[in-house]
Design a protein around this ligand. Structure first.
Ligand SMILES: *Cc1c(COP(=O)(O)O)cnc(C)c1O
Length: 513
């Protein structure tokens, strides 16, 4: 693929092998005559763009031969980069070359089939190509009027997704795509404060009297949202979990809410989780919802990783109790192949969030519509501007179809089941929490320090990556299947590595049957 090797000079001249402005029609970069910025012409864009698509396809193909995580030390990548941006423009071929030589060796490869740590952050061909289209359109959908098609497509695909996941009817037409689950959390808390404290909150902010409830196992984004909403750490009640399931104990939640009410405090919101980050525990939604309803507490449900599993009918039991949630969010950028970032969120009553967030400005007059006709999504999120994220969700849902999505989710669940069986078959190990999705939490029946050493040795090999957590205070390894390219072979390989390292650490041979 011949790439432009020289570029138009700032005075508008161009090298002999470069397309001229006239040979590719009009568009961004076309028609640069005289002194002006040297935008990429449509012809150059076409050639460079094809090279980029080839680059990505090669990258995905070659991933298994790369180390999952780079053997670099802090500062090593930065030290190889110039201290200043270039004064004159460089050609695109050089940029791609530097990507290969300077950047790739310092990357952790999240799409590597041996990447089994944290949660998978999946993407797919259709999602990446849709992101490219979104980038090319580069339209800003802060209001219906600033991007009508994006707004209406978002509403429609959010209804599609709600339907695929068999969500309660109350969420129909209540969907919005946030950047991340953390944003969804803060937006939900803001709507909750507005619903509970109205003008008092809007005029005077969140005082010391408001309280928020979640489990000790909730994602750190709950804590962050509490702080960002102007509440203090002491206003967040962390309810203990049941030790075997790691799920929130509703009896202790009820006690905490009632104690705060007797003390004259105002319980505002509770955050329950479907699939906690540590172990994929599922809080008892019906019991939590019951407590919330009796005290007018906003219930936000965080299904960031596991919520999309409800696309499979056999996993739909996880939705039990969602019919009483005020808001719900999932990350399709984790398990559902849409690429980062894409966090669908639903409100039972969108007016709660739009009333909490609307700020009128004269310069937005022309683009403020009637929310009953079409949403101005800027009032459903933290930033004013927003990219056209619905396109990648639309492309992904259509490319795979519901059966394709189910096949992908089921493979993740199946690989976790296979892995958990292997772990259970070796009496040196134990599985330490239920694993209904793609994550298995396990450990050697040994000291925490031995388990920490095991993880360190496993990850040093470069062929797999696992992560860790604490379960009931003990160091635990996490194996998360569900990556786009991860197959049974990769899981079998991971297990053989784990067994081999365990042999070395414990000085024992294989005891598995
Ligand atoms: C990953 C995760 C989050 C945070 O997701 P972001 O989109 O990165 O903000 C929140 N909650 C749970 C349960 C998660 O697993």
């Amino acid at each position: 693929m011949p790439l432009p090797t020289s570029r138009p000079t700032p005075s508008g001249g161009s090298g002999p092998d470069l397309p001229t402005a006239t040979d590719s029609g009009t568009g961004v970069g076309a028609g640069s005559t005289g002194v002006g910025p040297s935008h990429m012409s449509p012809g150059e864009f076409r050639r460079c763009g094809h090279a980029v698509v080839d680059w990505i396809a090669d990258y995905w193909q070659d991933l298994p031969s790369r180390p999952v995580t780079p053997p670099v030390t802090p500062g090593q990548v930065a030290d190889r980069l110039p201290a200043q941006a270039p004064e004159t423009g460089e050609d695109f071929g050089t940029l791609l070359q530097d990507l290969d030589t300077l950047i790739l060796p310092g990357m952790a490869h999240w799409q590597h089939p041996g990447f089994l740590g944290f949660f998978p952050m999946t993407t797919s061909g259709p999602a990446v190509l849709a992101q490219m289209l979104t980038a090319g359109l580069n339209a800003q959908g802060m209001a219906w009027a600033t991007n009508p098609a994006a707004t209406e497509l978002e509403q429609r695909v959010m209804d599609w997704l709600a339907d695929l996941m068999a969500l309660p009817d109350r969420f129909t037409r209540g969907g919005v795509i946030q950047d991340t689950a953390s944003s969804a959390m803060l937006v939900a808390l803001t709507a909750a404060l507005w619903r509970r404290a109205g003008e008092q909150w809007r005029n005077h902010g969140s005082g010391p009297g408001y309280t928020v409830y979640t489990s000790t196992e909730a994602n750190c984004s709950v804590h962050k949202a509490v702080r960002l909403s102007g509440l203090g750490d002491l206003q967040l009640r962390r309810i203990p979990v049941e030790s075997h399931t790691q799920a929130l104990r509703p009896d202790l939640l009820r006690q905490a809410v009632e104690a705060d009410l007797s003390a004259g405090l105002t319980p505002v919101a509770a955050i329950a989780t479907i699939g906690t980050t540590s172990t994929t525990a599922i809080d008892p939604l019906p019991a939590v919802a019951d407590i919330c309803r009796s005290h007018d507490v906003w219930l936000h449900v965080d299904g960031a990783y596991a919520g999309v599993a409800a696309i499979c009918p056999e996993l739909r039991w996880i939705n039990d109790g969602l019919e009483h949630a005020d808001s719900y969010s999932v990350n399709t950028h984790k398990w559902l192949l849409t690429g980062f970032e894409c966090s669908p969120m639903w409100f039972a009553d969108p007016a709660a969030v739009t009333q909490a967030m609307t700020v009128t400005q004269s310069y937005l007059r022309e683009v403020t519509g009637d929310p009953r006709q079409a949403p101005d999504y800027r009032d459903w999120q933290i930033p004013l501007g927003r990219p056209f994220r619905a396109l990648k969700l639309w492309f992904t849902l259509r490319w795979y179809g519901a059966d394709g999505l189910r096949a992908h989710l089921r493979r993740g669940v199946e690989l976790a089941r296979i892995f958990a069986d292997l772990v259970r078959g070796d009496d040196r190990f134990e599985v330490v929490a239920p694993s209904p999705f793609g994550l298995v939490c396990f450990r050697l029946r040994a000291d925490c320090s031995v388990n920490a050493q095991l993880l360190k040795r496993l990850n040093a090999g470069g062929d797999i990556l696992l992560s860790s957590t604490d379960v009931n205070g003990r160091f635990t390894l996490r194996m998360a299947a569900g990556g786009t390219a991860t197959t049974a072979d990769h899981i079998a390989h991971a297990w053989s590595r784990i067994r081999a390292e365990a042999d070395r650490l414990t000085g024992t041979g294989h005891r598995s049957g």
